[in-house]
Design a protein around this ligand. Structure first.
Ligand code: SF4
Ligand code: SF4
Length: 429
């Protein structure tokens, strides 16, 4: 735990960024948490004001400060809307790390971040173990959405309908790979990410299928783990940095031209947070990797010019698109997933109201504030259902989890897919 003098020094580092906020309140209109609670303490302006007087607040009620800072989805809607360019996300993440440094991590977070997340192989083994027990404890509940629920009520599940752990994660289906490109095609590295690996391996398989079909060489190094965002969101900068260094050793930039991920959150983390929150030579290596990192839809459409699969132009089943915050607000990617779906053909794209409104997942926010998360998620579900779609497509596995939960609890028969899955399904065998 840091002493007060150290804390004062760390907080000084935030001051320059905090003064940029002119307290205009424009972030209120877009904050999904404020939209539900109407509490100034929940919106970016209120949190920034808290941080401005943080030293005093820390002396009076340190746990209260932490609780307020954690009532945030880290969706970035406020930063995207801010006329002054306040880097709210960066400030919140640094503030969480400072608080964790001062107060320490809770025993549960310490065990999860330091014993599991920080060690990709240990995490793999723990999740494989959980996947076996899941068969005993969960039962399928909505076939179209692909969700399960607990066989017996358990407080930790809170009535959730969840996408089960895959019987065979992607790292077992494809332990490693390095295939050469065809006829001058690009060499592409695939960063899998935990959720794709352990819950949605079919998404990574779809990406491989499309990349193979387009003649790309594919590099999948063994031993991949988490991008580090759960640890960073929990204030554990040390585990985050450990995971960055781990992956920088795995992904030697000399072996590929582009690194793609199928997870909006991983892409935003690799591109923005890895370089920003590491130091020295690690930061320089992270910057080099960030320059090569792209979302899979963005890469397929912008670099490979994917268009015109056999069914392209033919309209059919209705699909709507949810824009993940980390894809649209953080990276400005939103046209590409739609172009990929159009290129697949056989789909009538029908936009929902507020396609880029946050789904309410927010990682650990969903665990800590499920009722609030659910209230935000239900709005998203209603807008999806109002389109009359058969499928909702989104480029983030965390959004896929939240949307699946909301659709399934409402009894909808709407499938949740990644755009690359729709495109891969349109390719000839
Ligand atoms: S964070 Fe930006 S939008 Fe919100 S009050 Fe400050 S200046 Fe205004
Ligand atoms: S990151 Fe999202 S939830 Fe957090 S304050 Fe900003 S708009 Fe609200």
């Amino acid at each position: 735990m840091a002493d007060l003098a150290t804390l004062r020094g760390l907080l000084r580092g935030l001051e320059e960024e905090l003064v940029v906020c002119m307290r205009c309140g424009m972030c209120q209109a877009v904050c999904p948490v404020f939209g539900q609670t109407g509490r100034e303490a929940d919106v970016a302006r209120g949190k920034l004001a808290l941080l401005d007087g943080l030293l005093q607040a820390m002396l009076e009620d340190p746990e209260g400060v932490r609780a307020r800072l954690e009532r945030c989805l880290l969706c970035g809607s406020c930063a995207a809307q801010c006329p002054s360019g306040v880097n709210a996300l960066g400030i919140f993440l640094k503030a969480r790390a400072i608080l964790a440094g001062y107060l320490g991590l809770s025993p549960a977070k310490k065990a999860i971040f330091r014993r599991l997340l920080a060690h990709p192989r240990v995490l793999d083994r723990a999740v494989a173990f959980a996947a076996v027990f899941q068969r005993l404890l969960a039962r399928p509940v909505n076939e179209t959405v692909g969700t399960s629920c607990g066989r017996i009520p358990a407080p930790v599940l809170a009535g959730r309908h969840f996408r089960p752990l895959a019987a065979e994660p992607f790292h077992r289906r494809c332990p490693s790979r390095e295939t050469p490109p065809r006829e001058g095609g690009p060499r592409v590295a695939l960063f899998t990410g935990c959720l794709i690996d352990k819950i949605f391996p079919s998404v990574a398989e779809a990406a491989l299928r499309v990349l193979d079909h387009r003649g790309a060489g594919v590099f999948v190094p063994p031993g991949q783990g988490c991008c580090g965002i759960p640890a960073l969101s929990g204030g554990d900068l040390a585990t985050f940095r450990r995971l960055v260094a781990w992956h920088l050793d795995l992904f030697d930039p000399g072996r590929f031209d582009v690194l793609v991920t199928c997870c909006a959150t991983c892409t935003a983390t690799l591109k923005k947070l890895w370089p920003a929150l590491c130091e020295g030579p690690v930061a320089a290596r992270a910057r080099a990797l960030a320059e090569k990192t792209m979302d899979i839809s963005q890469f397929l459409v912008r670099r490979l010019g994917v268009a015109g699969a056999p069914g392209a132009g033919r309209e059919g089943r209705v699909v709507t698109v949810h824009d993940p915050c980390h894809l649209k607000k953080s990276l400005g990617v939103f046209a590409e997933p739609r172009e990929l779906i159009r290129a697949a053909g056989g789909w009538a794209l029908r936009e929902m109201e507020g396609s880029d409104d946050c789904c309410g997942m927010g990682g650990s926010f969903n665990l800590a504030h499920y009722e609030l998360s659910k209230a935000i998620g239900r709005l998203k579900r209603a807008r999806i259902a109002a389109t009359g779609c058969e499928v909702v497509a989104t480029g983030c596995p965390a959004c896929m989890l939240q949307i699946s939960d909301m659709l399934s609890q409402a009894g909808d028969a709407i499938a949740v897919r990644h755009p690359v899955e729709l495109y891969a399904a349109s390719l000839p065998d």
